[in-house]
Design a protein around this ligand. Sequence first.
Ligand SMILES: [Fe+2]
Length: 192
Amino acid sequence: MAYTANDYSNLIGMEGFSETLLTNHFTLYQGYVTNTNKVMDTLAAMLKEGKVGTPEYAELKRRVGFEFNGMRLHEYYFGNLDGQGALDQSGKLGRKLAEDFGSYEDWEKDFRGTGAIRGIGWTILYQDNVIGKLFNQWINEHETGHPAGCIPILVMDVFEHAFITDYGLKRADYIAAFFKNINWGVVEGRLK
Ligand SMILES: [Fe+2]
């Protein structure tokens, strides 16, 4: 079954994100969907053709982590935008963040700091699926650093394409704009 790209045109008009930046970003996302299908179809064909064990098969298998996560992480990211207002800190997520980080402010400081790490990738607030603990994680590119089985709660793209059109190298300003547009209802809904 093939993956299809979601429509995120509802995000156009969001404060702090130009239409040019967003439409380019949607095009990049659609490329990951196309490539995920292409890589998976090619691997399925190679399996039928008896090509398992070839270097080509091995390299394409490695590629799945990049393309698939490039697709899915953008869906989490666009999906946790288009909101307004701050998190209600007395709600389920607010209380859990305070419990695991000492305070909401310390969580935010850690999340923003993780997002400022040099390099291209993602910053993700994860929930450990075994003990329920929340923690902020740096993901290198799309595929390196995901904690096995954990649940992405809040996902922020920090590849340069996510901000350079509007913010140049001022990543912290982009992160501030990201925070203004978080859809906390969606984010809280991901919490188990
Ligand atoms: Fe992106």
